[in-house]
Structure formats: structure tokens, C-alpha cells
Design a protein around this ligand. Sequence first.
Ligand code: SF4
Length: 499
Amino acid sequence: MPDKPHDYCGIFGAFNHPDAAILTYYGLHALQHRGQESAGIVTSIFDEQHNRPSMPMHKDFGLVLNVFDDKNIFTKKLKGSAAIGHNRYSTSGSSENPSNIQPFRVHYRGGNLALGHNGNLTNARSLRERFTQEGVLFQSTSDTELILHLISHSKKSNQIDQIVDAVSQITGAYCLVILTDDKLIAVRDPNGFRPLALGQKDGAWFVASETCAFDINDIDYIRDIEPGEILIIDRKTVDTGEMTSIKIPAQKNTSSSGCIFEFVYFSRPDSRVFGENVDKVRRRIGRQLAHEHRLSSFLKHTNDRQPIIISVPDSSNTAAIGYANESQKLGEDCRFEIGLIRNHYVGRTFISPGQESRDLKVRTKFNTVRGVLENRPVIIVDDSIVRGTTSRHLVKMIRKANPSEVHFLASSPPIIEPCYYGMDFPSPEELIANVYDRDINKIAESLGVDSLHYLSPRGLVDAVKRANPSTMEYCTACFTGDYPVPVTSGVDKEENELV
Ligand code: SF4
């Protein structure tokens, strides 16, 4: 398992564009960081030959560029002016099952329907037990399939009512893109755990997990899909600009709780999520870190060389810049430097078994700029420490460049609990904060640094709220154990697998 949390998916939808599938392809390409195991696109078209609506689909394991490496996929197969796409990250077991690759496409009494899902349902187990009792046969091990069964089993006659009925019965984190024969439907759960944005270009409408998927297509961002909103885009939207917006019938906990980790690490810094630019929020988090952990409070000053702040590229670049700038404003003598270089072309390298392999894995991804680090106090700013494996090997690598002292700052609090809302963490006993009973000195010793400092949970929320003055509230459960939606029926990745 990689040593960073992973989200399960990125989603994209297009309506009323002659190149819907191609724009979806580029959107998925921009969202590749949200899932690298598989990718898929479904389009909607009227099949003249058979005189019926049709939904061509292409999906496979691999990166977007590999899955769609033949232009005939677009010119001959994925025709139509509406499309949805999905990037998936999955756990190792389920990643072997091709049935789990999204979008899912079905034909039922309401017509054709395709669905892409980003998130994790917290009542997946009880729903699956209910359907199993009813004799339903499952084709995948994904909780996303449950949503399709809820739609097809709904007693409502109208397709939109069936979808409303279905999402009223699911809990947890879900952003959905749904394609029907004549509509694109976007749904965001009442807590708004994951981001979902609405965009427009040349009379066509789009939805995407992050706005970087709009930028690559020159699509204008219009607004976020609201927590608890079902947004229906159809012919009327194209003709008049009007959209039907339905509120998901009230569920017990309806206050928002956007995943704060989207700002810490997961979303791209050039994206706008939860109504604010990620770069701006991440810099603010770095500034907060500078106030909580002044350089002068922990530096040993074993020589008179100017301390340098380095990031672990790319995810902590902006937080590190925020930390360095604010530290300077606070009168600390320091500067930001590029001390680590990341190789962006790593892909899946073959690593031989054995202790040396972890070192090698880090070395294939990063290298130090020795001249920058040598004989200087070095302050590493990273977004998070999960198991600590990568951090430990990075520190080892940096030590070889002979810095005078090495300190580690995390722009998030210690991760102590699992995520039940669509982010994949190692099990709690593997988390470094738990391994060392949350003893910061012991964790620092294990990482091989002179000192270690985390941002406080309160400081993280304050920084995010100051940077994003919207009314959004945030989930911090992996740092605090304070889960905004109760987990009632088992949703960890093993339990989501059918046995
Ligand atoms: S538990 Fe952590 S990763 Fe999961 S939604 Fe909450 S803040 Fe995000």
C-alpha cells in the first residue's frame, strides 16, 4: 500500500457537447491523481440502426492515457453528446476484479442508466444484506452497485423519483454522476464530504470532482453542487439555462462536513474545491503552522548557516511556501529552497523483495539537491505522516547530504483513526502516531529527525475556515475520531468485499 491516503475516485460528466467523450477523457486525465487503477467512459446516443437509445462504454484497468490509447475508441465507439467518466483507485484485492471498474451501466425498466461514484457508503453492509435476502445477484464487490439496485428496485414510477428514492436510503460519502437516456444528473451527499463542481462551455454543461478538470477543457466554473443537492441537467437546461435542483429528503445529520483532507493533501492545488482555491487554503495552513511552531523554538543552531525550508514535492509545496513566508514575516531567518527533486515518470517500477527495496522505492521517486542541503539546518514540510515509511526513508536520504540538523513539520495533525468516507488509510495499528502511542518524541526518533511538529486539529480547522469564509463545516475524523456520520454497519475495505 502507498504511504499516503488515497481517495477512491474522480468523476466527470458532460451534457450537450459534440465531443462529450473527448472532453471527459481530458477531464479524467486532469483528475488522474484521484484514482490510478482504472478508468472508464460511458456515452449516451440514439442508435438509429436499432431505433433505440444506446450507451456505448469503454473501460479498463490502467491510467487514462493507457485505457484510451486508441483514437478509434472516440471516433467509432464513444459517440454521443453526453458522457460520464470515472477514475478509480481501489484496494489490492478488489483491483483484480474487472467488474468493479466504473462507470457501471445497466438497462432496466426506466431505460439505460450509467453511474459513477466517488465516496464510500456507511450503510453498505446492511443494504447488501437486505438485497441478498431478497435474492439479488451482485456482479461486483463495490458498494456503488447497491445504488443501482436501489434505483431499479424503487417502487416509484418516474426515473427521477427512483433516483431520489435511492439516494434517500444511502448514508455516508457519495458524489454521483448519473447518465440517463436524456439527462445528466449530479448528486452530492447531504454532508458534502467530497467536492463536486458545475461548469459550462458553449451551451454545454459539465460536472467534475475538481475544477482542474474544467481548466484543461477551458470550461467555466459556475458553482459547486450543494451538499444534499440532486441537480438535473437536460434539454430544458440547454434551451433555457434552467436546471432542476432537488434537495435529498432530510437525513438525520444534515450539517456539512467536507473532507478537510481534500485541502491538506488530496485535491490539486490549482483546483477550486468546497468553494475555494486549494492553493490559497494550503498556503494558509502553512502560515498557521508557522505560528504554532516558530523556527526559533526548535532550531539548535549548531552553525550560523541560514535555515532552509524544503517541501516534499509536489503535494506540500504550497504549505511549505506558506510556512517559509510567514516565518520570515515573524522575523525568523530562513528561506524556501528546492531541496528534493521528484521524478514524475516512476510508474510501476519493479522492486525486488527485501529491506533495501523500500529505500530504492523512495530513491526512484525522489533525490536530494545536495548543494542546497549540505551543512545547513533543514526543515522538511510535508502535508501528512501516515505510516511514516516514506518520511523515514526521505530523512535518511536527506541526512546523506550532510545537513547540520533536520526537523520535520507536518501541515496536518497526527492521523489516528480510519476514514469511512472514501479515503483509504492503512489500518489504525499501522499508523505511526498509534504505533508510538502518539508520543511525538518517539515518532521523531523513529523518523530520524532532530524534532517533529504537527499542526493542531484546531489550527487546521481555523486556517481552512479563515482561507475559505464559506459556511462549510469540515470532517476531521481521521485526526480526532469525531465522525460526522455514524458508522453503523461496517464499511471498511474488507467488509465492502463480498465473501
Ligand atoms: S475521516 Fe479524514 S479523510 Fe475521511 S472524510 Fe474525514 S477528514 Fe477526510
